[in-house]
Design a protein around this ligand. Structure first.
Ligand code: SF4
Length: 97
C-alpha cells in the first residue's frame, strides 16, 4: 500500500524496538526505520542484533527475544529529557548577568 503511493523514500519513525518490527516496516514499503528509545535503553542494540543474525536462528526459541530491545515504552526517558530541558531554559531566562 505505502509503496504504491510514495514517490520519495519514507522513514518509519516511532515505536520500532525489534528486528521483527523493522523488517515488517521494510516489507510494507518503508525505505528506512528510525529507532530512538530502543537505543536510549540499549545503545548497543544494533550490534547485538547483528551478532545474533550472524549466528543465525538456532531454533532455540530465543531469536525474537534476542533481537528485541528491552525498552517497554514507558516514556520515563522522554519525561526526564523534557524536565532537564526546562531546567536549562528556566536558568537561562532568569540569568541576570
Ligand atoms: S525510560 Fe522507558 S521508554 Fe525510555 S528507554 Fe527506558 S524503557 Fe524505554
Amino acid at each position: 500500500m505505502l509503496a504504491a503511493v510514495r514517490t520519495i523514500p519514507v522513514c518509519l519513525v516511532g515505536g520500532v524496538t525489534s528486528l521483527a518490527a523493522a523488517e515488517g516496516a521494510i516489507r510494507e514499503g518503508f525505505a528506512f526505520v528510525q529507532m530512538a528509545r530502543a537505543l536510549i535503553r540499549e545503545p548497543g542494540l544494533v550490534n547485538r542484533i547483528r551478532n545474533r543474525l550472524s549466528n543465525g536462528d538456532s531454533g532455540d526459541g530465543n531469536f525474537a527475544v534476542d533481537t528485541e530491545s528491552p525498552c517497554i515504552h514507558c516514556n520515563e526517558c522522554v519525561v526526564r529529557m523534557r524536565f532537564a530541558t526546562s531546567i536549562v531554559l528556566a536558568a537561562t531566562l532568569t540569568d541576570t548577568s
